[in-house]
Design a protein around this ligand. Structure first.
Ligand code: BTN
Length: 245
């Protein structure tokens, strides 16, 4: 697998590099990691500020033989992998559904998965992960919500060792996913990491805004939210925004 990881100094976005490779026929597992991104992309059209030399920015190409509807689940696998690796550093990492990794309530990792059609009618996925590793200063607008491993630990972390650990955990999760094409093998682990579990969340879906208690996830990745009348609803990522309150 390691032969498939290519390191770059400065790129616009590792997701774009891997997308280009994929469109030229690159095989599953090809990965790009960069010291710096000049146009790092976040979810919902936001940017991901990617200063040089401190953090991890990497993207992986996947070509799962799965239906497009199953693809979103794979993002959750990366959140599990990062959480496992950060926990090995003795930090209490948790997952904020669907796929932010937080420590003490502050975000230390973001994942952006992009799906594209291939020429043969199937799809490929680019999973891009940004981990705040050794960054000590954050811009004013994210100071309250962003954090890094070094700030939490009080010491710097070896980025290569961390990347190797994340990739190893991710491959384990991905192998298990491919066996069932769902999260049955990971559901329990994911739920044990879920910061929202047992908490009141506010769901904003096409029908409006409502509140409930997050109780876990479906084996297909949706968040299970219990209403006051005890009925349980499965909430889809992308369709809704969930706010902890
Ligand atoms: C988020 O908004 O939480 C997702 C952030 C994802 C950032 C990573 S960094 C590596 C990869 N390349 C990008 O341009 N974005 C992702």
């Amino acid at each position: 697998f390691w032969e498939k990881v290519q390191c770059f100094e400065t790129v616009d976005s590792t997701n774009l590099i891997v997308k280009d490779w994929a469109q030229q026929g690159a095989e599953e597992g090809r990965s790009a990691v960069a010291e710096e991104q000049t146009a790092g992309r976040g979810r919902r059209g936001r940017s991901w500020i990617s200063p040089p030399g401190e953090n991890l920015y990497f993207s992986i190409l996947l070509r799962p033989q799965a239906e497009a509807s199953r693809m979103a689940m794979i993002t959750l696998l990366m959140a599990i992998a990062v959480t496992q690796s950060v926990r090995e550093l003795h930090l209490d990492a948790k997952i904020k559904w669907p796929n932010d990794v937080v420590v003490n309530g502050k975000k230390i990792c973001g994942i952006l998965t992009e799906m594209y059609p291939s020429a043969d009618g199937s799809f490929f996925l680019v999973i891009g992960t940004g981990i705040n590793v050794n960054q000590k200063e954050f811009p004013e607008e994210v100071k309250k919500t962003a954090d890094s491993l070094a700030l939490e630990l009080g010491t710097d972390v070896d980025r290569e060792v961390l990347l190797a650990s994340v990739l190893r955990h991710f491959l384990d999760c991905y192998d298990s996913f491919l066996e069932t094409m769902d999260l049955s093998g990971q559901k329990e682990l994911y739920e044990s990491f879920l910061v929202n579990k047992g908490r009141v969340v506010e769901v904003l879906d096409p029908k409006g805004k409502w509140q409930g208690t997050a109780i876990g996830i479906e084996k297909t990745g949706e968040l299970l939210v219990q209403r006051k009348d005890s009925s349980v609803e499965a909430v889809y990522a992308g369709e809704v925004s969930v706010r902890g309150i």
